[in-house]
Design a protein around this ligand. Structure first.
Ligand code: NAD
Length: 495
Protein backbone atom coordinates (compact mmCIF):
# COMPACT_ATOMS: atom_id res chain seq x y z
CA UNK A 1 0.00 0.00 0.00
CA UNK A 2 1.22 3.49 -0.81
CA UNK A 3 2.54 5.59 2.09
CA UNK A 4 2.08 8.88 0.24
CA UNK A 5 -0.10 11.53 1.88
CA UNK A 6 -2.43 12.04 -1.05
CA UNK A 7 -4.56 14.63 0.72
CA UNK A 8 -1.49 16.79 1.21
CA UNK A 9 -0.37 16.31 -2.40
CA UNK A 10 -3.86 17.15 -3.64
CA UNK A 11 -3.82 20.41 -1.68
CA UNK A 12 -0.56 21.40 -3.39
CA UNK A 13 -1.64 20.55 -6.94
CA UNK A 14 -2.21 23.41 -9.43
CA UNK A 15 -3.31 21.71 -12.66
CA UNK A 16 -2.96 23.55 -15.96
CA UNK A 17 -6.22 23.60 -17.93
CA UNK A 18 -4.93 25.20 -21.14
CA UNK A 19 -5.07 23.43 -24.49
CA UNK A 20 -2.01 21.82 -26.06
CA UNK A 21 -1.86 22.89 -29.72
CA UNK A 22 1.14 22.62 -32.01
CA UNK A 23 3.40 21.81 -29.08
CA UNK A 24 2.35 24.81 -26.97
CA UNK A 25 0.10 25.40 -23.99
CA UNK A 26 -2.48 27.95 -25.16
CA UNK A 27 -5.52 29.76 -23.79
CA UNK A 28 -8.80 29.72 -25.72
CA UNK A 29 -8.97 32.12 -28.68
CA UNK A 30 -11.79 34.00 -26.97
CA UNK A 31 -10.22 33.56 -23.51
CA UNK A 32 -13.15 31.54 -22.14
CA UNK A 33 -12.71 28.95 -19.41
CA UNK A 34 -14.94 26.86 -17.19
CA UNK A 35 -14.35 25.94 -13.55
CA UNK A 36 -13.55 22.30 -12.88
CA UNK A 37 -14.60 20.88 -9.51
CA UNK A 38 -13.69 17.55 -7.93
CA UNK A 39 -16.49 15.08 -7.22
CA UNK A 40 -14.64 14.04 -4.06
CA UNK A 41 -15.79 17.09 -2.11
CA UNK A 42 -16.74 19.60 -4.80
CA UNK A 43 -13.47 21.54 -4.32
CA UNK A 44 -12.46 23.76 -7.24
CA UNK A 45 -9.51 22.30 -9.15
CA UNK A 46 -8.95 25.16 -11.56
CA UNK A 47 -9.98 26.88 -14.77
CA UNK A 48 -10.05 24.82 -17.96
CA UNK A 49 -10.16 26.06 -21.54
CA UNK A 50 -13.69 26.11 -22.91
CA UNK A 51 -12.71 25.22 -26.45
CA UNK A 52 -14.82 26.48 -29.35
CA UNK A 53 -14.76 25.98 -33.11
CA UNK A 54 -11.86 28.44 -33.48
CA UNK A 55 -9.68 26.49 -31.04
CA UNK A 56 -10.55 23.20 -32.67
CA UNK A 57 -9.78 24.67 -36.07
CA UNK A 58 -6.34 25.80 -34.88
CA UNK A 59 -5.61 22.31 -33.54
CA UNK A 60 -6.85 20.56 -36.68
CA UNK A 61 -4.73 22.86 -38.86
CA UNK A 62 -1.67 22.08 -36.75
CA UNK A 63 -2.43 18.37 -37.00
CA UNK A 64 -2.99 18.60 -40.75
CA UNK A 65 0.28 20.50 -41.29
CA UNK A 66 2.16 17.89 -39.23
CA UNK A 67 0.63 15.13 -41.30
CA UNK A 68 1.25 16.79 -44.68
CA UNK A 69 4.94 17.48 -44.09
CA UNK A 70 5.41 13.92 -42.79
CA UNK A 71 7.35 15.04 -39.73
CA UNK A 72 5.94 11.97 -37.94
CA UNK A 73 4.65 9.52 -40.56
CA UNK A 74 7.86 9.96 -42.56
CA UNK A 75 10.20 8.99 -39.74
CA UNK A 76 11.76 5.51 -39.95
CA UNK A 77 9.56 3.01 -38.10
CA UNK A 78 12.27 2.20 -35.56
CA UNK A 79 12.45 5.88 -34.61
CA UNK A 80 8.69 6.18 -34.25
CA UNK A 81 8.75 3.09 -32.09
CA UNK A 82 11.39 4.59 -29.82
CA UNK A 83 9.47 7.86 -29.39
CA UNK A 84 6.32 5.99 -28.39
CA UNK A 85 8.31 3.76 -26.03
CA UNK A 86 9.73 6.87 -24.38
CA UNK A 87 6.21 8.28 -24.16
CA UNK A 88 5.15 5.14 -22.29
CA UNK A 89 8.18 5.37 -19.99
CA UNK A 90 7.35 9.00 -19.20
CA UNK A 91 3.79 8.03 -18.29
CA UNK A 92 5.12 5.51 -15.80
CA UNK A 93 7.63 7.99 -14.42
CA UNK A 94 4.77 10.47 -13.81
CA UNK A 95 2.50 7.83 -12.33
CA UNK A 96 1.81 9.52 -9.01
CA UNK A 97 0.95 12.86 -10.57
CA UNK A 98 -1.26 11.29 -13.24
CA UNK A 99 -3.02 9.02 -10.73
CA UNK A 100 -3.75 11.93 -8.43
CA UNK A 101 -5.09 14.06 -11.29
CA UNK A 102 -7.36 11.21 -12.42
CA UNK A 103 -8.71 10.61 -8.92
CA UNK A 104 -9.33 14.29 -8.22
CA UNK A 105 -10.91 14.83 -11.61
CA UNK A 106 -13.41 11.98 -11.68
CA UNK A 107 -13.50 10.45 -8.20
CA UNK A 108 -12.06 6.94 -8.61
CA UNK A 109 -10.02 5.47 -5.71
CA UNK A 110 -6.37 6.45 -5.80
CA UNK A 111 -5.26 2.82 -5.37
CA UNK A 112 -6.87 1.94 -8.70
CA UNK A 113 -5.70 5.05 -10.54
CA UNK A 114 -2.21 3.93 -9.53
CA UNK A 115 -2.55 0.19 -10.05
CA UNK A 116 -4.83 0.14 -13.10
CA UNK A 117 -5.27 3.41 -15.00
CA UNK A 118 -1.66 4.58 -15.21
CA UNK A 119 -0.03 1.20 -15.97
CA UNK A 120 -2.75 0.25 -18.49
CA UNK A 121 -2.25 3.55 -20.29
CA UNK A 122 1.53 3.07 -20.40
CA UNK A 123 1.21 -0.56 -21.52
CA UNK A 124 -1.18 0.38 -24.30
CA UNK A 125 1.23 2.96 -25.73
CA UNK A 126 4.21 0.59 -25.35
CA UNK A 127 2.33 -2.26 -27.04
CA UNK A 128 1.47 -0.17 -30.11
CA UNK A 129 5.03 1.18 -30.12
CA UNK A 130 6.28 -2.39 -30.46
CA UNK A 131 3.89 -3.00 -33.34
CA UNK A 132 5.30 -0.09 -35.41
CA UNK A 133 8.19 -2.05 -36.95
CA UNK A 134 6.63 -5.50 -36.83
CA UNK A 135 3.66 -5.24 -39.13
CA UNK A 136 4.26 -6.13 -42.76
CA UNK A 137 2.19 -5.27 -45.80
CA UNK A 138 1.03 -7.75 -48.47
CA UNK A 139 1.73 -8.72 -52.06
CA UNK A 140 -1.26 -10.23 -53.83
CA UNK A 141 -0.93 -13.53 -55.81
CA UNK A 142 -1.60 -11.93 -59.22
CA UNK A 143 0.69 -13.73 -61.70
CA UNK A 144 3.82 -12.76 -63.69
CA UNK A 145 2.66 -9.69 -65.60
CA UNK A 146 2.04 -7.42 -62.64
CA UNK A 147 2.75 -6.86 -59.01
CA UNK A 148 -0.07 -5.80 -56.70
CA UNK A 149 1.01 -4.27 -53.39
CA UNK A 150 -1.57 -3.99 -50.63
CA UNK A 151 -0.36 -1.43 -48.14
CA UNK A 152 -1.71 0.27 -45.04
CA UNK A 153 -1.36 4.02 -44.96
CA UNK A 154 -2.15 6.45 -42.16
CA UNK A 155 -5.49 8.13 -42.62
CA UNK A 156 -4.47 11.69 -41.77
CA UNK A 157 -6.05 13.64 -38.92
CA UNK A 158 -7.89 11.62 -36.30
CA UNK A 159 -10.39 13.31 -33.98
CA UNK A 160 -10.61 11.43 -30.69
CA UNK A 161 -13.55 12.18 -28.39
CA UNK A 162 -13.49 10.32 -25.09
CA UNK A 163 -15.54 9.96 -21.88
CA UNK A 164 -14.71 10.54 -18.22
CA UNK A 165 -14.91 7.05 -16.73
CA UNK A 166 -11.37 5.93 -17.69
CA UNK A 167 -10.05 9.21 -19.11
CA UNK A 168 -6.45 8.16 -19.70
CA UNK A 169 -7.11 4.59 -20.78
CA UNK A 170 -9.79 5.62 -23.28
CA UNK A 171 -7.45 8.26 -24.70
CA UNK A 172 -4.63 5.68 -24.96
CA UNK A 173 -6.86 3.20 -26.82
CA UNK A 174 -7.21 5.85 -29.55
CA UNK A 175 -3.73 7.35 -29.34
CA UNK A 176 -1.80 4.07 -29.39
CA UNK A 177 -2.92 2.76 -32.79
CA UNK A 178 -3.54 6.20 -34.33
CA UNK A 179 -0.03 7.49 -33.57
CA UNK A 180 1.68 4.16 -34.26
CA UNK A 181 0.09 4.16 -37.72
CA UNK A 182 1.52 7.63 -38.43
CA UNK A 183 -1.56 9.83 -38.02
CA UNK A 184 -1.95 13.15 -36.28
CA UNK A 185 -4.50 13.38 -33.47
CA UNK A 186 -6.75 16.05 -31.97
CA UNK A 187 -8.12 14.77 -28.67
CA UNK A 188 -11.20 16.25 -26.99
CA UNK A 189 -11.38 14.89 -23.43
CA UNK A 190 -14.58 15.00 -21.43
CA UNK A 191 -15.31 18.33 -19.75
CA UNK A 192 -15.67 16.22 -16.58
CA UNK A 193 -12.08 14.89 -16.69
CA UNK A 194 -9.77 17.03 -18.84
CA UNK A 195 -6.53 17.11 -16.85
CA UNK A 196 -4.73 13.85 -17.56
CA UNK A 197 -5.22 14.18 -21.33
CA UNK A 198 -3.47 17.55 -21.23
CA UNK A 199 -0.56 16.10 -19.25
CA UNK A 200 -0.32 13.17 -21.67
CA UNK A 201 0.19 15.63 -24.53
CA UNK A 202 3.03 17.31 -22.65
CA UNK A 203 4.67 13.97 -21.86
CA UNK A 204 4.45 12.96 -25.52
CA UNK A 205 6.25 16.16 -26.50
CA UNK A 206 8.96 15.50 -23.90
CA UNK A 207 9.33 12.01 -25.37
CA UNK A 208 10.10 13.52 -28.79
CA UNK A 209 6.74 13.42 -30.56
CA UNK A 210 6.93 16.36 -32.99
CA UNK A 211 4.71 19.38 -32.22
CA UNK A 212 1.34 19.29 -33.93
CA UNK A 213 1.11 15.50 -34.03
CA UNK A 214 -0.89 15.19 -30.81
CA UNK A 215 -3.08 18.12 -29.77
CA UNK A 216 -5.63 18.38 -26.96
CA UNK A 217 -8.53 20.83 -26.87
CA UNK A 218 -10.74 20.60 -23.77
CA UNK A 219 -14.29 21.88 -23.72
CA UNK A 220 -17.93 20.86 -23.82
CA UNK A 221 -19.32 18.23 -26.14
CA UNK A 222 -21.81 20.49 -27.90
CA UNK A 223 -19.06 23.05 -28.53
CA UNK A 224 -15.53 21.63 -28.95
CA UNK A 225 -16.78 18.07 -29.54
CA UNK A 226 -19.27 19.09 -32.21
CA UNK A 227 -16.73 21.35 -33.94
CA UNK A 228 -14.22 18.50 -34.11
CA UNK A 229 -16.72 15.96 -35.43
CA UNK A 230 -17.98 18.42 -38.06
CA UNK A 231 -14.52 19.57 -39.18
CA UNK A 232 -13.87 19.05 -42.89
CA UNK A 233 -10.16 18.34 -42.33
CA UNK A 234 -10.72 15.51 -39.85
CA UNK A 235 -10.52 12.13 -41.59
CA UNK A 236 -11.90 9.87 -38.87
CA UNK A 237 -13.52 10.14 -35.46
CA UNK A 238 -12.65 7.64 -32.75
CA UNK A 239 -15.50 8.16 -30.31
CA UNK A 240 -16.09 6.52 -26.94
CA UNK A 241 -19.15 7.60 -25.01
CA UNK A 242 -22.89 7.19 -24.79
CA UNK A 243 -25.05 5.67 -27.50
CA UNK A 244 -27.03 8.94 -27.58
CA UNK A 245 -23.95 10.96 -28.58
CA UNK A 246 -22.66 8.14 -30.81
CA UNK A 247 -25.73 8.66 -33.00
CA UNK A 248 -24.77 12.30 -33.35
CA UNK A 249 -21.30 11.33 -34.54
CA UNK A 250 -22.84 9.56 -37.53
CA UNK A 251 -24.98 12.61 -38.19
CA UNK A 252 -21.97 14.98 -38.01
CA UNK A 253 -20.12 12.79 -40.51
CA UNK A 254 -23.12 12.82 -42.84
CA UNK A 255 -23.37 16.60 -42.59
CA UNK A 256 -19.66 17.19 -43.21
CA UNK A 257 -17.09 15.13 -45.12
CA UNK A 258 -18.32 11.56 -44.50
CA UNK A 259 -15.38 11.04 -42.18
CA UNK A 260 -15.13 7.50 -40.84
CA UNK A 261 -16.87 7.14 -37.49
CA UNK A 262 -15.87 4.47 -34.99
CA UNK A 263 -18.22 4.34 -32.04
CA UNK A 264 -17.48 2.57 -28.75
CA UNK A 265 -20.73 3.02 -26.82
CA UNK A 266 -22.74 1.91 -23.83
CA UNK A 267 -23.55 -1.51 -22.45
CA UNK A 268 -25.93 -3.52 -20.31
CA UNK A 269 -23.92 -6.69 -20.00
CA UNK A 270 -25.54 -9.96 -18.95
CA UNK A 271 -23.90 -12.20 -16.34
CA UNK A 272 -25.61 -15.60 -16.65
CA UNK A 273 -25.28 -18.11 -13.78
CA UNK A 274 -26.60 -21.69 -14.21
CA UNK A 275 -27.46 -23.92 -11.27
CA UNK A 276 -24.88 -26.48 -12.43
CA UNK A 277 -22.08 -24.09 -11.49
CA UNK A 278 -20.81 -25.36 -8.13
CA UNK A 279 -18.84 -22.42 -6.75
CA UNK A 280 -21.58 -19.79 -6.68
CA UNK A 281 -19.74 -17.97 -3.92
CA UNK A 282 -16.97 -17.21 -6.44
CA UNK A 283 -19.52 -16.11 -9.05
CA UNK A 284 -21.14 -13.79 -6.47
CA UNK A 285 -17.77 -12.35 -5.46
CA UNK A 286 -16.84 -11.79 -9.09
CA UNK A 287 -20.05 -10.07 -10.09
CA UNK A 288 -19.84 -7.73 -7.09
CA UNK A 289 -16.19 -6.92 -7.81
CA UNK A 290 -16.79 -6.26 -11.50
CA UNK A 291 -20.01 -4.34 -10.99
CA UNK A 292 -18.78 -2.04 -8.22
CA UNK A 293 -15.32 -1.45 -9.69
CA UNK A 294 -14.96 2.19 -10.79
CA UNK A 295 -18.24 3.01 -8.95
CA UNK A 296 -20.12 1.00 -11.57
CA UNK A 297 -19.09 3.61 -14.15
CA UNK A 298 -17.80 1.00 -16.60
CA UNK A 299 -19.26 0.37 -20.04
CA UNK A 300 -18.82 -3.38 -19.52
CA UNK A 301 -20.21 -3.51 -15.96
CA UNK A 302 -22.24 -6.75 -15.53
CA UNK A 303 -25.40 -4.90 -14.52
CA UNK A 304 -27.94 -7.57 -15.62
CA UNK A 305 -27.36 -10.65 -13.50
CA UNK A 306 -29.37 -13.62 -14.79
CA UNK A 307 -29.56 -16.48 -12.29
CA UNK A 308 -31.32 -19.84 -12.68
CA UNK A 309 -34.46 -19.81 -10.55
CA UNK A 310 -33.47 -22.55 -8.07
CA UNK A 311 -30.41 -20.62 -6.86
CA UNK A 312 -31.57 -17.03 -7.48
CA UNK A 313 -32.49 -16.22 -3.86
CA UNK A 314 -29.31 -17.70 -2.44
CA UNK A 315 -27.24 -15.90 -5.07
CA UNK A 316 -28.92 -12.58 -4.27
CA UNK A 317 -28.09 -13.05 -0.58
CA UNK A 318 -24.46 -13.87 -1.39
CA UNK A 319 -24.06 -10.80 -3.60
CA UNK A 320 -25.78 -8.58 -1.03
CA UNK A 321 -23.29 -9.86 1.58
CA UNK A 322 -20.42 -8.71 -0.71
CA UNK A 323 -21.78 -5.17 -1.09
CA UNK A 324 -20.57 -3.74 2.26
CA UNK A 325 -16.97 -4.47 1.19
CA UNK A 326 -17.51 -1.69 -1.36
CA UNK A 327 -18.78 0.95 1.06
CA UNK A 328 -18.02 4.38 -0.45
CA UNK A 329 -14.96 6.07 1.01
CA UNK A 330 -12.56 8.96 0.47
CA UNK A 331 -10.94 8.33 -2.94
CA UNK A 332 -7.67 9.79 -1.62
CA UNK A 333 -7.50 7.13 1.11
CA UNK A 334 -5.40 4.26 -0.32
CA UNK A 335 -7.70 1.57 1.13
CA UNK A 336 -10.92 2.89 -0.43
CA UNK A 337 -12.61 0.46 -2.84
CA UNK A 338 -15.45 2.61 -4.15
CA UNK A 339 -15.07 6.35 -4.71
CA UNK A 340 -17.26 9.25 -5.81
CA UNK A 341 -19.56 9.40 -8.84
CA UNK A 342 -18.29 11.87 -11.39
CA UNK A 343 -20.66 14.76 -10.60
CA UNK A 344 -24.02 15.79 -9.20
CA UNK A 345 -25.81 15.11 -12.48
CA UNK A 346 -24.59 11.51 -12.47
CA UNK A 347 -25.55 11.17 -8.81
CA UNK A 348 -29.10 12.32 -9.60
CA UNK A 349 -29.30 9.99 -12.59
CA UNK A 350 -28.23 6.99 -10.51
CA UNK A 351 -30.58 7.86 -7.62
CA UNK A 352 -33.37 8.26 -10.19
CA UNK A 353 -32.76 4.69 -11.40
CA UNK A 354 -32.77 3.37 -7.83
CA UNK A 355 -36.17 5.05 -7.30
CA UNK A 356 -37.40 3.58 -10.60
CA UNK A 357 -36.31 0.09 -9.51
CA UNK A 358 -38.25 0.43 -6.25
CA UNK A 359 -41.30 1.89 -8.04
CA UNK A 360 -41.38 -0.99 -10.52
CA UNK A 361 -41.37 -3.54 -7.70
CA UNK A 362 -37.76 -4.75 -7.53
CA UNK A 363 -36.46 -5.58 -4.02
CA UNK A 364 -33.45 -3.73 -2.59
CA UNK A 365 -31.14 -6.39 -1.13
CA UNK A 366 -28.27 -3.97 -0.36
CA UNK A 367 -27.56 -0.25 -0.52
CA UNK A 368 -29.99 2.06 -2.27
CA UNK A 369 -28.98 5.31 -0.60
CA UNK A 370 -26.76 8.30 -1.15
CA UNK A 371 -23.68 8.34 1.13
CA UNK A 372 -21.06 10.70 2.57
CA UNK A 373 -23.24 13.76 1.98
CA UNK A 374 -21.26 15.65 4.64
CA UNK A 375 -18.25 15.76 2.29
CA UNK A 376 -20.03 17.82 -0.37
CA UNK A 377 -19.09 15.03 -2.84
CA UNK A 378 -21.27 12.57 -4.78
CA UNK A 379 -21.43 9.06 -3.36
CA UNK A 380 -23.92 6.19 -3.67
CA UNK A 381 -23.98 2.89 -1.78
CA UNK A 382 -23.38 -0.25 -3.84
CA UNK A 383 -26.90 -1.40 -4.61
CA UNK A 384 -28.30 -4.86 -5.35
CA UNK A 385 -31.85 -5.34 -6.62
CA UNK A 386 -33.49 -8.79 -6.70
CA UNK A 387 -36.81 -9.72 -8.29
CA UNK A 388 -35.98 -7.75 -11.43
CA UNK A 389 -37.51 -8.56 -14.81
CA UNK A 390 -35.96 -7.66 -18.14
CA UNK A 391 -38.69 -5.13 -19.01
CA UNK A 392 -37.96 -2.89 -16.05
CA UNK A 393 -36.18 0.37 -16.70
CA UNK A 394 -33.23 -0.71 -14.51
CA UNK A 395 -32.78 -3.78 -16.73
CA UNK A 396 -33.13 -1.99 -20.06
CA UNK A 397 -31.14 1.21 -19.61
CA UNK A 398 -27.49 1.77 -18.81
CA UNK A 399 -27.33 3.21 -15.28
CA UNK A 400 -23.58 3.88 -15.09
CA UNK A 401 -23.48 3.66 -11.30
CA UNK A 402 -23.05 0.94 -8.65
CA UNK A 403 -26.44 -0.70 -9.23
CA UNK A 404 -27.13 -4.26 -10.37
CA UNK A 405 -30.37 -6.14 -10.94
CA UNK A 406 -30.84 -9.89 -10.46
CA UNK A 407 -33.25 -11.55 -12.90
CA UNK A 408 -34.37 -15.17 -12.36
CA UNK A 409 -34.71 -17.48 -15.40
CA UNK A 410 -35.90 -21.05 -15.96
CA UNK A 411 -34.29 -22.78 -18.94
CA UNK A 412 -31.10 -22.31 -20.97
CA UNK A 413 -33.13 -21.07 -23.93
CA UNK A 414 -34.86 -18.52 -21.73
CA UNK A 415 -31.50 -17.31 -20.37
CA UNK A 416 -30.17 -16.76 -23.89
CA UNK A 417 -33.34 -14.98 -24.98
CA UNK A 418 -33.30 -12.60 -21.99
CA UNK A 419 -29.55 -11.94 -22.27
CA UNK A 420 -29.90 -11.05 -25.95
CA UNK A 421 -33.05 -8.97 -25.50
CA UNK A 422 -31.15 -5.70 -25.12
CA UNK A 423 -30.28 -2.90 -27.49
CA UNK A 424 -26.69 -3.31 -26.28
CA UNK A 425 -24.14 -6.06 -26.94
CA UNK A 426 -20.83 -5.10 -25.37
CA UNK A 427 -19.98 -8.02 -23.07
CA UNK A 428 -21.59 -11.04 -21.44
CA UNK A 429 -20.60 -13.98 -19.32
CA UNK A 430 -21.78 -17.51 -18.71
CA UNK A 431 -21.17 -19.56 -15.58
CA UNK A 432 -21.59 -23.33 -15.90
CA UNK A 433 -19.61 -26.46 -15.03
CA UNK A 434 -21.07 -28.19 -18.10
CA UNK A 435 -18.57 -27.60 -20.92
CA UNK A 436 -21.15 -28.20 -23.63
CA UNK A 437 -23.56 -25.71 -22.16
CA UNK A 438 -20.80 -23.15 -21.58
CA UNK A 439 -19.80 -23.35 -25.26
CA UNK A 440 -23.38 -23.35 -26.55
CA UNK A 441 -24.37 -20.32 -24.53
CA UNK A 442 -21.12 -18.42 -25.22
CA UNK A 443 -21.77 -18.87 -28.95
CA UNK A 444 -25.38 -17.78 -28.68
CA UNK A 445 -24.70 -14.58 -26.72
CA UNK A 446 -24.64 -11.53 -29.00
CA UNK A 447 -21.76 -9.56 -27.52
CA UNK A 448 -18.28 -8.42 -28.53
CA UNK A 449 -16.68 -10.24 -25.60
CA UNK A 450 -18.03 -13.29 -23.77
CA UNK A 451 -16.44 -14.55 -20.56
CA UNK A 452 -16.79 -18.13 -19.33
CA UNK A 453 -16.63 -18.77 -15.57
CA UNK A 454 -14.84 -15.47 -14.96
CA UNK A 455 -15.24 -11.78 -15.73
CA UNK A 456 -11.89 -10.18 -14.92
CA UNK A 457 -9.55 -11.13 -17.74
CA UNK A 458 -8.57 -8.28 -20.00
CA UNK A 459 -5.52 -7.44 -22.04
CA UNK A 460 -4.37 -5.01 -24.71
CA UNK A 461 -3.84 -8.03 -27.02
CA UNK A 462 -7.58 -8.65 -27.49
CA UNK A 463 -10.16 -6.50 -29.29
CA UNK A 464 -12.73 -4.56 -27.26
CA UNK A 465 -16.03 -3.34 -28.64
CA UNK A 466 -19.65 -4.16 -29.10
CA UNK A 467 -22.42 -5.64 -31.17
CA UNK A 468 -25.64 -3.73 -31.86
CA UNK A 469 -25.96 -0.29 -30.27
CA UNK A 470 -22.77 -0.80 -28.25
CA UNK A 471 -20.89 0.42 -31.30
CA UNK A 472 -18.77 -0.56 -34.28
CA UNK A 473 -15.08 -1.07 -34.83
CA UNK A 474 -12.80 -2.39 -32.12
CA UNK A 475 -10.36 -0.73 -29.75
CA UNK A 476 -7.18 -2.56 -28.64
CA UNK A 477 -5.26 -5.39 -30.35
CA UNK A 478 -3.89 -5.22 -33.92
CA UNK A 479 -7.49 -4.96 -35.18
CA UNK A 480 -7.57 -1.35 -33.99
CA UNK A 481 -5.24 -0.45 -36.89
CA UNK A 482 -8.18 -1.08 -39.23
CA UNK A 483 -9.74 2.10 -37.87
CA UNK A 484 -6.83 4.44 -38.39
CA UNK A 485 -5.39 3.25 -41.70
CA UNK A 486 -6.53 3.24 -45.31
CA UNK A 487 -5.94 0.14 -47.40
CA UNK A 488 -4.20 0.96 -50.68
CA UNK A 489 -3.64 -1.27 -53.70
CA UNK A 490 -0.75 -0.35 -56.01
CA UNK A 491 -0.53 -2.18 -59.38
CA UNK A 492 2.91 -2.32 -60.99
CA UNK A 493 3.28 -3.63 -64.54
CA UNK A 494 6.17 -6.02 -65.12
CA UNK A 495 7.47 -6.30 -68.71
P1 NAD B 1 -21.01 11.16 -23.42
O1 NAD B 1 -21.52 10.54 -24.66
O2 NAD B 1 -21.90 12.08 -22.68
O3 NAD B 1 -19.68 11.97 -23.70
C1 NAD B 1 -18.56 11.39 -24.31
C2 NAD B 1 -17.73 12.48 -24.99
O4 NAD B 1 -18.52 13.07 -26.01
C3 NAD B 1 -17.32 13.61 -24.05
O5 NAD B 1 -16.03 14.06 -24.40
C4 NAD B 1 -18.35 14.68 -24.37
O6 NAD B 1 -17.90 15.99 -24.11
C5 NAD B 1 -18.57 14.46 -25.84
N1 NAD B 1 -19.87 14.95 -26.31
C6 NAD B 1 -21.03 15.06 -25.61
N2 NAD B 1 -22.00 15.60 -26.38
C7 NAD B 1 -21.44 15.82 -27.60
C8 NAD B 1 -21.93 16.38 -28.81
N3 NAD B 1 -23.20 16.81 -28.91
N4 NAD B 1 -21.09 16.47 -29.86
C9 NAD B 1 -19.80 16.05 -29.76
N5 NAD B 1 -19.29 15.53 -28.63
C10 NAD B 1 -20.09 15.42 -27.56
O7 NAD B 1 -20.54 9.95 -22.50
P2 NAD B 1 -19.93 10.01 -21.05
O8 NAD B 1 -21.03 10.29 -20.07
O9 NAD B 1 -18.73 10.88 -21.03
O10 NAD B 1 -19.39 8.50 -20.88
C11 NAD B 1 -20.19 7.46 -20.49
C12 NAD B 1 -20.57 6.59 -21.67
O11 NAD B 1 -19.40 6.09 -22.32
C13 NAD B 1 -21.32 5.36 -21.23
O12 NAD B 1 -22.43 5.17 -22.08
C14 NAD B 1 -20.31 4.24 -21.39
O13 NAD B 1 -20.88 2.97 -21.57
C15 NAD B 1 -19.54 4.69 -22.57
N6 NAD B 1 -18.25 4.02 -22.64
C16 NAD B 1 -18.05 3.06 -23.62
C17 NAD B 1 -16.84 2.38 -23.69
C18 NAD B 1 -16.59 1.35 -24.76
O14 NAD B 1 -15.43 1.02 -25.00
N7 NAD B 1 -17.59 0.82 -25.42
C19 NAD B 1 -15.82 2.67 -22.78
C20 NAD B 1 -16.06 3.65 -21.81
C21 NAD B 1 -17.27 4.32 -21.76
Amino acid sequence: MSTIDWTQRAAELRPDGRSVIDGQRVAAQDGQTFDKHSPIDNRRLGAVVRGQAADVDLAVRAARAAFEDRRWAGKPPAQRKRVLQRFSEKILAAKEELALLETLDMGKPIQYSLAVDVPSTARCIAWYAEAVDKIYDEIAPTGDSALALITREPMGVIGAIVPWNYPMIMAAWKLGPALAAGNSVVLKPSEKSPYTALRLAELALEAGLPPGVFNVVPGYGHEAGEALALHMEVDAIGFTGSTRVGRRMLDYAGRSNLKRVYNELGGKSAFVVFDDFADIQRAARTVAGSMFFNQGESCNAPSRVLVQAGIAEEFARLVAAEAPKYAPGDPLNPTTELGALVDETQLKTVMGYIDAGRDEGARVMAGGRQARTETGGFYVEPTVFAGVNNDMKIAREEIFGPVMGIIAFGTEAEAIAIANRSSYGLQASVWSDNINRAHRVARALRAGTVHVNQYDEDDITVPFGGYKQSGNGRDKSLHAFDKYTELKTTWIRID
